[in-house]
Design a binder for this molecule. Structure first.
Ligand SMILES: *Cc1c(COP(=O)(O)O)cnc(C)c1O
Length: 367
């Protein structure tokens, strides 16, 4: 099956006698005891089963685990590591997961944050007790690109597993499990959900090994699982994921070009632009450059806020991946310890008509 076909058909696991064409929502928390049946919905549920089957196929893994948020998915990986593990993570890791490592796992695991755009930094940071390399590419909010193949081969040489946060790329444009990663993580709140109305997270494993069994134990016993309705909604959303992603990437490419030529713009960060430092690597591991971009507007934080305030079709809100365009001054969102430039504007380019988006951006940037 090709991706578009998987997206539409792999989320149906219908086993009742009327054979509905679409997976119905099963709200029952408990199931009649019988051989091979599900037992209790914290452990499994038909909608979650359908979603996890779909996620595993989308990322070419053997198994998947879904969670109530992306942060819960990431945390399950950290919780599955034996205490005393060392983790190598990117210096620009998604701030919520970075906060977990620094504040919640302090005293349990140790972490080294490195610039992963140079894979040699990963090689140097790996210690005898290193159990995990965490990769995130493209990164947030500078869209930095790390070489997944190189990092995975360095880690494999030292018998360290690699997990990759694939939220920005989506499974449509990047499949880390096919180029060496052991686990893929998604905030399904973003592109997988696609309509800014579902909170969720996912992990997909290349192999059902012992570590994966621990992750599944954390999922079931920790209990941060999605509701049947959220699982149902995600299956519904994913049917259009491949076509939404094509639209997001096309629009982001056009907007990036436009901004790159604008006199009020200091810099544009989009891996599809040839001058982006990660462009060459992006081409080798991504089949499209995604729908996220950032840019520096000439001026200070006030000027950036002024531009954002004038926009009509880009909603000033955090998050990303929905059909509606979202925009924010990222430093304001990340809080006082943010290292992001004050005049950086992050855009999740939506699926509105491109003429309207360009016209809107044009009037907002004009002085
Ligand atoms: C949003 C996001 C997360 C966290 O996901 P939630 O669903 O908000 O918990 C993790 N990584 C990246 C790259 C994200 O954008």
């Amino acid at each position: 099956m090709k991706l578009e076909t998987i997206a539409i058909h792999a989320g149906n696991y219908v086993n009742d006698s009327n054979k509905p064409a679409v997976q119905p929502i099963t709200t029952s928390t408990t199931f009649l005891h019988q051989e091979d049946s599900m037992v209790y919905s914290r452990a499994n549920n038909p909608n979650r089963f359908a979603l996890e089957n779909l996620l595993a196929k989308l990322e070419f893994g053997e198994d998947a685990a879904s969670f109530s948020s992306g942060n819960a998915a990431g945390m399950a990986v950290f919780q599955a590591l034996e205490p005393g593990s060392h983790i190598v993570a990117p210096d620009d890791m998604y701030h919520g997961l970075r906060a977990q490592l620094v504040q919640m796992f302090q005293g349990i695991h140790t972490v080294s944050f490195v610039d992963m755009t140079n894979p040699e930094n990963v090689a140097e940071a790996i210690l005898p007790e290193t159990k995990l390399v965490w990769v995130e590419t493209p990164s947030n909010p500078l869209l930095k690109i790390s070489d997944i193949r190189k990092i995975c081969s360095i880690a494999a040489g030292k018998k360290v597993r690699v997990a990759c946060d694939n939220t920005f790329a989506s499974p449509v444009f990047q499949n880390p499990l096919l180029i060496g990663a052991d686990i893929v993580m998604h905030s399904s709140t973003k592109y997988l959900g696609g309509h800014s109305d579902i909170l969720g997270g996912a992990l997909v494993a290349k192999h059902k090994d012992d570590f994966w069994e621990k992750v599944k134990f954390v999922q079931k016993t920790g209990g941060a699982v999605p509701s049947p309705f959220d699982a149902y909604l995600l299956c519904r959303s994913i049917k259009t994921l491949p076509y939404r992603m094509k639209g997001h990437a096309e629009h982001a490419g056009i907007l990036a070009e436009y901004l790159n030529n604008h006199s009020q713009v200091e810099a544009v960060y989009y891996p599809g632009i040839k001058s982006h430092p990660g462009h060459e690597i992006a081409v080798t591991q991504m089949s499209g450059f995604g729908g996220m971009l950032s840019f520096l507007v000439k001026g200070d934080a006030l000027r950036a806020d002024e531009v954002i305030g004038k926009l009509k079709y880009f909603t000033n809100a955090t998050s990303l991946g929905g059909v509606e365009s979202l925009i924010e001054r990222r430093a304001a969102s990340e809080g006082p310890d943010s290292l992001t430039p004050e005049n950086l504007i992050r855009v999740s380019v939506g699926l509105e008509h491109m003429d309207d988006l360009l016209m809107d951006m044009d009037q907002a940037l004009s002085k």
